[in-house]
Design a protein. Structure first.
Length: 116
């Protein structure tokens, strides 16, 4: 079971690294998830991620304060807004667009209610 959790942690680390270079894909949420799985499987890898100069600070801040920085909130809010516009312009069936908007609004509400 540890190797499976470690593999999942590696997967989320890889997606997080991609997110650091792709403007549409967030990275922090994937690093937070990776840190969780590493905490269940490999203390050494968890410490590597937490102490990483670029990826570690947001994960540590999340763990300590459950906080999202203001720049991250602005970026996430903008991305959610752009996603909503794209969904609207795509003229999807009502059930699909309604579900997508509900997820976007729920995500936005969660992000905006976290401390900065």
């Amino acid at each position: 079971m540890r190797w499976m959790k470690f593999s999942i942690g590696l997967f989320f680390t890889g997606v997080g690294i991609l997110g650091a270079f792709l403007p549409v894909l967030p990275s922090t949420v994937f690093f937070i998830t990776a840190a969780y799985y590493f905490s269940q499987s490999s203390e050494k890898t968890e410490l590597w991620l937490l102490n990483h100069p670029r990826f570690g600070p947001p994960v540590v801040k999340w763990r300590k304060e459950r906080a999202i920085s203001k720049p991250a909130k602005v970026l996430a809010s903008g991305s959610i807004t752009v996603s909503g516009i794209i969904i609207y312009l795509a003229e999807l069936p009502l059930i699909a667009s309604g579900f997508a908007f509900a997820v976007l609004i729920g995500s936005l509400a969660y992000i905006l209610t976290r401390p900065s």
